[in-house]
Write a protein that binds this ligand. Structure first.
Ligand code: GLA
Length: 402
C-alpha cells in the first residue's frame, strides 16, 4: 500500500538522484545528531509489470525494483532509544524505547512504518539497541509505487546492518516489512512489494511464486524502456476496496474448497459459471485465475522478447482489472488506450499496483519513448486538470548499503 501523501502536486517528474539524496540526508543527520552517520542504506520502490492482486492468492507476480528509493542514514546508540528524523515530513521527529512495548501513533502515520518494523524485529527476539535514523526518499508517494514497502525494507535492512543480524536473509527482511504493515499499520497487503524491494536485480524483473517465495530473474531487454505514467488520479478508497477484494477472493477459494485461488483452473471456474457462486465473486475469481496464467506467459514472452505476445497479455490484464476485478477508473482506462494506440503490438501497457488511481506501466521500445511522451502530453489530463507525470525507469537492485 502507500504512505499518506500530503500534496500530490508536490510530486516532481525529476526526483533527486540517490547521491544528492544521501548527501542531503547526511547533512540533516549531522545537524540532529551532532556526528556523521555510520551507515547509509537504501531500499527501492517497485513497479509491477503484470500479476495484480495475485500475491495474496498464493499466485504469481512479475515486478521489478525501480531506481527510486528510500534512503536511511543511521548510527547505533548506546541506550535503547530510537530517534528518527523524517526529511520528507519537514524534519518531523519520533522517539521510542525498544525495551518497552512500542505503541501505534495516530498523530504521525509515517512513524508507524518505522515503529512497526522495529516492533516486529523485537517480537522475533532479535537483540537490538537504540539507533539514530534520518530518512528520506524519492519514491513518489501515494502513486502505487510502494513507497511504504521501501521504507519498511529500508528500516529492516538498517537494523540488520547496525546490529549484525546476519541470520536475516533478504526474504526475511521482506516478511518482517509485510508483518509490520499487516499487524502494526493495519493494511492486509500481500508479499510482492516488500519482496521485490528486498530482492530486486539490476536489469531484471522477478517472477515470484508467492506461495513458495521462489523467484526467477527475467532479463528486461535493453531496447525496452520501463515507463511509469502517473495519472495524477488520487487513490481514493484504496484500503477498503483492497480489503473487500481480498475477502471476495478468500470467499471464492472457500467456495471451491481450495487453499487459495492459485489452486483453481479456468476449467474449474467455467464449470461453475452461473451456478452457486454469486456473479461478482465469480468474476473476481476469474481475474485472479486468468491473471496467474497471464503472468507466467508474460515472463516467457519477456524472456523470448516476444513483444506482440507481451502487448496482448498486458492488454488482457488491464481489461480483466477493469471488467472483472473492477479496480480501474475511467481516466486510467483512457490513459492506457492512448498509450496502447502509440505502441500497437510493439510494447505493452496496463494499470499497475493496487488500483483506483495511481500509475500505468508501459514496456516501450526506446525509439517510441518520445512519441508516447508526446501523445500523453497532448492527449491526457486527470479529471482535476493535472498533467500526467512520466518516469522512464531502470530495473534496480534490491535493498542494501549505499
Ligand atoms: C498492493 C499490495 C500488494 C499487491 C498489490 C496488487 O501494492 O501491497 O501486496 O496485492 O497491491 O497487486
Amino acid at each position: 500500500m502507500s504512505r499518506q501523501q500530503p500534496n500530490q502536486d508536490s510530486l516532481s517528474p525529476l526526483p533527486p538522484p540517490p547521491q544528492s539524496l544521501s548527501d542531503a540526508l547526511a547533512l540533516v543527520f549531522e545537524k540532529h545528531f551532532q556526528a556523521p552517520p555510520e551507515r547509509l542504506v537504501q531500499a527501492p520502490g517497485r513497479v509491477n509489470l503484470i500479476g495484480e492482486h495475485t500475491d495474496y492468492n498464493d499466485g504469481f507476480v512479475l515486478p521489478c525494483a525501480i531506481n527510486f528509493q528510500t534512503v536511511v542514514a543511521a548510527s547505533p546508540r548506546a541506550d535503547d532509544w530510537v530517534h528518527v528524523v523524517a526529511l520528507d515530513f519537514n524534519e518531523a521527529v519520533d522517539q521510542f524505547d525498544v525495551s518497552m512495548p512500542i505503541q501505534y501513533r495516530e498523530d504521525a502515520p509515517w512513524a508507524n512504518y518505522v515503529r512497526g518494523v522495529v516492533s516486529t524485529l523485537v517480537a522475533k527476539g532479535l537483540r537490538l539497541r537504540g539507533a539514530n535514523l534520518a530518512i528520506s526518499g524519492n519514491v513518489p508517494q501515494g502513486a502505487g509505487l510502494s513507497s511504504s514497502a521501501s521504507l519498511e525494507v529500508a528500516v529492516a535492512q538498517t537494523f540488520k546492518s547496525l546490529f549484525q543480524l546476519d541470520t536475516l536473509s533478504p526474504t526475511d527482511l521482506a516478511l518482517i516489512g509485510q508483518q509490520a504493515e499487516n499487524q502494526f499499520v493495519g493494511c492486509q497487503c500481500g508479499i510482492m512489494d516488500q519482496l521485490i524491494s528486498a530482492r530486486g536485480q539490476t536489469g531484471h524483473a522477478l517472477l515470484i511464486d508467492c506461495r513458495s517465495l521462489d523467484t526467477e530473474a527475467v532479463s528486461i531487454p535493453t531496447g525496452l524502456a520501463v515507463m511509469i505514467v502517473h495519472s495524477r488520479v488520487e487513490r481514493g478508497l484504496v484500503e477498503s476496496e483492497y480489503n473487500t477484494r481480498r475477502q471476495q477472493c478468500e470467499a471464492a477459494a472457500k467456495h471451491f474448497g481450495v487453499q487459495a485461488l492459485r489452486d483453481l483452473s479456468v476449467f474449474d471456474l467455467e464449470q461453475n459459471r452461473g451456478q452457486s457462486l454469486d456473479p461478482i465473486t465469480w468474476r473476481r475469481a476469474r481475474h485472479v485465475v486468468t491473471e496467474n496464467a497471464r503472468t507466467l506467459a508474460a515472463a516467457e514472452a519477456l524472456r523470448t522478447q516476444d513483444l506482440p505476445q507481451l502487448s496482448q497479455l498486458m492488454a488482457a490484464s488491464h481489461a480483466s482489472m477493469r471488467d472483472d476485478f473492477e479496480i480501474t477508473v475511467p481516466a486510467i482506462d483512457q490513459l492506457v488506450d492512448l498509450i496502447a494506440e502509440q505502441l500497437g503490438d510493439q510494447g505493452g501497457v496496463r494499470m499497475t499496483g493496487g488500483g483506483f488511481g495511481g500509475c500505468v506501466v508501459a514496456l516501450v521500445p526506446l525509439e517510441k519513448v518520445s512519441a508516447v511522451e508526446a501523445a500523453i502530453a497532448s492527449g491526457y489530463q486527470s479529471p482535476r486538470g493535472k498533467r500526467a507525470l512520466v518516469y522512464v525507469c531502470q530495473a534496480a537492485a534490491g535493498a542494501g548499503p549505499l
